[in-house]
Design a protein around this ligand. Structure first.
Ligand code: ZN
Length: 338
């Protein structure tokens, strides 16, 4: 089999890799229907997160179960399944609280940009659909694996409720699906912060009511202007930079909620500013597994169409072009077909 490896900044190779095998009795092997490139994959691709050795890539996936280990009870060969980027037993005390992405047995997936994938803790990590889904639904089902699950967590962690005023910082795929999530949760007003016309258009399609193009201090001032000088009830930070984090905190009203799901890079917060901001902060790697059953149902019932964030579809062997297109912002998100 061939799979995706990152050798160093902007050096993606699709090369021979060992085919995955069952190594623990709780594993499953999947034949992937689709995989994709994550915004977070761009951190090491751009050299912002250091790569010291050739590293397999990919953590978003859905597909057909080929084989399961001896101790796997619920997941069965030939089922269609979606799993999270973080594995979970779904039984420990942390999982039972709904934080499966901090499961005591967690592993982060990292070999999914390939045709075959080994998934540890299959029973706890994977969710199977009742029937095989139609081809048209594959992009949206793939989106539940991370990008939608993460946007959904951003909205949930920021306490979005019917009638809320919401700000979404970041117009990447997660930010756009955070808009969709806020809309599903009943937000009345959704202010998307975006400078890119094609992304603004998709944000509006997903439910954004206002667009703010300013950034940083000017961006948060503009949000205050739009919210009678008070700030938003819920602010969803979907980038992970110092500027986006401060923009988020300064856009929230006193007593408001700020969630942060962008992987932070060199973000530092000062105690005094946090103290006087008077906001609830809640974020981290999204516990996608908590939401998967609900999100898969919404997709299968065609209530939502998160697959629209994939504006580039490529055969898997052209994965390097997918990275280039996302790096150069020619594409929001690239789907890869094995
Ligand atoms: Zn657990």
């Amino acid at each position: 089999m061939q799979g995706t490896m990152l050798y160093g900044p902007r050096d993606i190779r699709f090369e021979d890799r060992p085919e995955p095998k069952i190594t623990k009795p709780t594993d499953a092997i999947l034949r992937l229907s689709a995989t994709c490139i994550c915004g977070s994959d761009l951190w090491p691709y751009r050299g912002i997160a250091e790569v010291t050795q050739p590293t397999p890539m990919g953590h978003e996936y859905c597909g057909i179960v080929e084989e399961v280990g001896k101790e796997v009870r619920n997941i069965k060969p030939s089922q269609f399944v979606v799993g999270s980027f973080a594995t979970s037993d779904n039984t420990c005390v942390i999982c039972r609280d709904g934080y499966q992405s901090s499961c005591r047995q967690r592993e982060f997936m990292s070999t999914a940009q390939a045709p075959m994938l080994r998934v540890p803790l299959a029973d706890g990590t994977l969710v199977a659909t009742r029937d095989l889904p139609s081809k048209e639904l594959i992009p949206s089902l793939l989106a539940t694996s991370d990008v939608l699950g993460t946007g959904w967590f951003a909205a949930d962690a920021a306490n979005v409720k019917p009638g809320s005023t919401v700000v979404v910082v970041g117009d990447g795929a997660v930010g756009l699906l955070a808009v969709l999530s806020a809309k599903q949760m009943g937000a009345e007003r959704i202010i998307a912060m975006s400078r890119h016309e094609s992304r603004q258009k998709l944000a509006r399609e997903f439910g954004a009511t206002d667009i703010v193009t300013e950034r940083g201090e000017e961006g948060s001032t503009r949000v205050k202007d739009l919210t009678k000088g008070i700030g938003a009830d819920s602010v969803l930070e979907c980038v992970g930079t110092q500027e986006s984090m401060m923009q988020a905190i300064r856009s929230a009203r006193p007593g408001g909620f700020v969630s942060y799901v962008g992987v932070p890079h060199r973000v530092e917060l000062t105690g005094t500013e946090l103290f006087f901001a008077h906001v609830h902060l809640h974020g981290g790697p999204a516990p996608v597994r908590r939401y998967l059953p609900e999100l898969i149902d919404l997709v299968l019932n065609e209530k939502i169409n998160p697959g629209k964030v994939f504006d580039l579809m490529l055969p898997l062997d052209q994965v390097a072009e997918g990275y280039r297109a996302m790096d150069e912002r020619r594409a929001i998100k690239a789907l890869l077909r094995p």
